[in-house]
Design a protein around this ligand. Sequence first.
Ligand SMILES: *Cc1c(COP(=O)(O)O)cnc(C)c1O
Length: 444
Amino acid sequence: MSKGEDEKATRRAEIVRADKQYVWHPYTPMQRYIDEVDPLVVERAAGARFFDVDGRSYFDANSSWWVSTLGHNHPRLVAALGRQAAELCHVSLAGVTHEGAAKLGEELVAIAPPGLTKVFYSDDGSTAVEVALKLALQMWHNEGRPARRRFVALDGAFHGETIGAASLGGVEVFRKPFAGVLLECIHVPTPEGDAPSDAGYARAFEALEKLLAEGSDTIAAVVLEPLVQGATGMRMYDASYLRHARALCDRYDVLLVIDEVFTGYGRTGSMWACERAGIAPDLMCLAKGFSGGMFPMAATLATRRVFDAFLGAPERAFYYGHSFCGNPLGAAIAREVLAIFREEEILAKAQPKAARIGTAFAAMGEIPGVSRARSLGMIGALDLSKGEYLGALGWQVYAEARRRGAYLRPLGDVVYVAPPLTIADDELETLLGIVEESVRAALR
Ligand SMILES: *Cc1c(COP(=O)(O)O)cnc(C)c1O
């Protein structure tokens, strides 16, 4: 080993030692992590890739948990952060305002689905959902309908980590330890099948209709991940279900909350997934791509009707807020993200890349051992199945991809890509090639 390599190895070992001794990782069985895992030790990132301390590069196939939609360290975002940091890093949003929070609100409302005219800032996807739930509950309270306390979500839903947001979750292993303390949420079937004419759609439509027809007096809101249920395994469904849900919520006067935390900012091909269905929600949750992977920040957008329910006497107000609500650094970055989407034509330029993901994943669906392939916008997913090894296969693909220079964290036995929308064409080809080779190698 050369002296330089030796130093790198020592540095890496020291980081891993401190990490394994002190850090408790998210979504990680720590016993196995400490005993067996050799973690990636990332030092820097640029565009669609990050680099470990040894200087090896990896394609970031999931945009670092779906956040770095514009790639890592976009120069314009880095510059915006620097400019804002020199001026104003933090001020509370209580009785105070600043240009970033005010203008970001205006810019979001200008491109939001129709009717969403008010913006409440928070920190991340979970708090954006938590805000939506609390707004829904208090709106009904303020309107003299306090019995409307229950929520409706889809089987397999994922809406975040706080107790409120976790209550909506339909992934059993995440819910189970908290049984008994979660809010009341009724789970309805996710539409299943290849086309809206399939029986799985009719079943899902009917279940929601029956529930709202019989129980709307006690239901505060229906909460949906539009078109794609991300965390449960990139399950995709047709836009007709969203239109159906919107019509039912209108008929029974139930609020519709659309959680665009994953799907927003172009992931499915349009700025918001609910646009593809031609619907507008009563509350819309934004995070992740919101701040381009630079800063934790989120927003919940509300209609005039929701907002107006909080006007009048002081006890009607929404007594809620986090320390960092509307933080100036986050607001400056979030505005620059919107400017980049406009000026760099991110959505239009992603179209051919999305088409390429579509053809590549359709072809990978033919690999023996792949039971199903699907894609939508800048998402491609494969279900792997090979008898009793269900669940472990995804991690074998992960290991194969890591050797080949891609970070391809699976969702159980679902292998997927959700790369930055700005990934270059040749990089996308290389990544797709790595995915295919890795899947073949793991299934061999
Ligand atoms: C990730 C996610 C959340 C939670 O966001 P965090 O920023 O991790 O708190 C909520 N809803 C959806 C649809 C998500 O994908």
